[in-house]
Write a protein that binds this ligand. Structure first.
Ligand code: PGA
Length: 263
C-alpha cells in the first residue's frame, strides 16, 4: 500500500542553506542546555543557516520555548513508532510534538548498535514522524567491517530503501538524510572528502531511484562523524553535502558556533 502524506512543502529553502545539526546524545540537563542556548543564540542572529539541536527528552520543552525567537530548531533523538500504547519507557511522536520538537533523529548508529534498531522498525518510525508532522532525519552508515569488505554501497542502499519504502514523492520534501559512517563517529577520524563524495553520491542515486530525480533533489544529505571546526569547511565543500551532523563538538557553545560559521 502506498502511503500519501499531504503536508506543506518545506524542503527547498532548507536545502539551499547549509544545515547544521547538533546531537547532544545523553549529555546536558535542561539547565545546562539553557546556558548553552543563551551563549549561542545571539551569535547566530541574521545567519542564513539552519541550526538544529537534538536534545535529551527532558530538555525539549524548556529549550524549544527558549529557542522560539531564534533560528534554532529543537528536536529529539529517537521515538517509538506506535501512536501510543503499553510500551514502558518509550516516547511517542505526539508527545514530542506537544513538547515543542520540530524534528526527530532516526536510526542513529548508536540506536542501531545498542538498542537493536532495525531498518524495518525505522520504516515505521519515519512514517509515524511524517504523520505527526515531525521532520525525520534518517541516519545511515556502514561499519568498518562493512567498508573493509567493500559493502558500503550495498549497506547504504539497503538502509535507505528499507527505511523509506512506501513513502510518496510528496512526503520527501520534509525528509533529511544523514550519512554517518559508524567508524567515524566519536573516533576523531572523519571520512576523507573522497569517501564522503562517493557515499553521498550513492545516497543521492538511491534516493533518485526511489523518488525520481526531481523529488530526490529536495532531500538534503548531511555528513556526520568527527566533524570539528577544523574540517567543517572541507566537508561542506564536498559535492552533494548539504550540511553536517555534529556529535561531540556540538556540546561546547564556542566550538559549535565556529562549526556553524564555517559550514
Ligand atoms: P561525533 O558524533 O561528531 O562525536 O563523531 C556524530 C554523531 O554521533 O552524530
Amino acid at each position: 500500500m502506498r502511503i500519501v502524506y499531504l503536508r506543506p512543502f518545506q524542503g527547498l529553502k532548507a536545502y539551499m542553506e547549509k544545515i547544521i545539526i547538533g546531537n547532544w546524545k545523553m549529555y546536558k540537563t535542561s539547565r545546562e542546555g539553557s546556558d548553552f542556548l543563551e551563549k549561542i543564540a545571539p551569535r547566530l542572529k541574521n545567519l542564513e543557516k539552519k541550526v538544529y539541536l537534538a536534545v535529551p527528552f527532558t530538555a525539549i520543552e524548556p529549550l524549544s520555548k527558549e529557542a522560539m525567537d531564534t533560528s534554532i530548531s529543537i528536536g529529539a533523538q529517537n521515538m517509538n513508532d506506535a501512536k501510543e500504547g503499553a510500551f514502558t519507557g518509550e516516547i511517542a511522536a505526539l508527545m514530542l510534538k506537544e513538547a515543542g520538537a520540530l524534528f526527530v533523529l532516526l536510526g542513529h548508529s548508536e540506536r542501531r548498535q545498542y538498542f537493536n534498531e532495525t531498518d524495518q522498525a525505522l520504516q515505521k518510525k519515519v512514517q509515524r514522524a511524517l504523520k505527526s508532522d515531525l521532520q525525520p532525519i534518517l541516519c545511515v552508515g556502514e561499519s568498518l567491517e562493512e567498508r573493509d569488505g567493500s559493502r558500503t554501497e550495498e549497506v547504504l542502499k539497503r538502509q535507505i530503501e528499507t527505511a523509506l519504502e512506501g513513502l510518496s514523492k510528496e512526503a520527501v520534501g520534509a525528509l533529511i538524510l544523514a550519512y554517518e559512517p559508524v567508524w567515524a563517529i566519536g573516533t576523531g577520524k572523519a571520512a576523507t572528502s573522497e569517501m564522503i563524495e562517493k557515499a553521498h553520491l550513492i545516497c543521492r542515486e538511491t534516493l533518485e531511484g526511489l523518488f525520481g530525480k526531481a523529488s530526490a533533489k529536495k532531500i538534503p544529505i548531511l555528513y556526520g562523524g568527527s566533524v570539528k571546526a577544523q574540517n567543517t569547511r572541507e566537508i561542506t565543500s564536498c559535492k552533494n553535502v548539504d550540511g553536517v551532523l555534529v556529535g561531540g563538538a556540538s556540546l561546547d557553545p564556542d566550538t559549535f558556533t565556529e562549526i556553524i560559521l564555517e559550514a
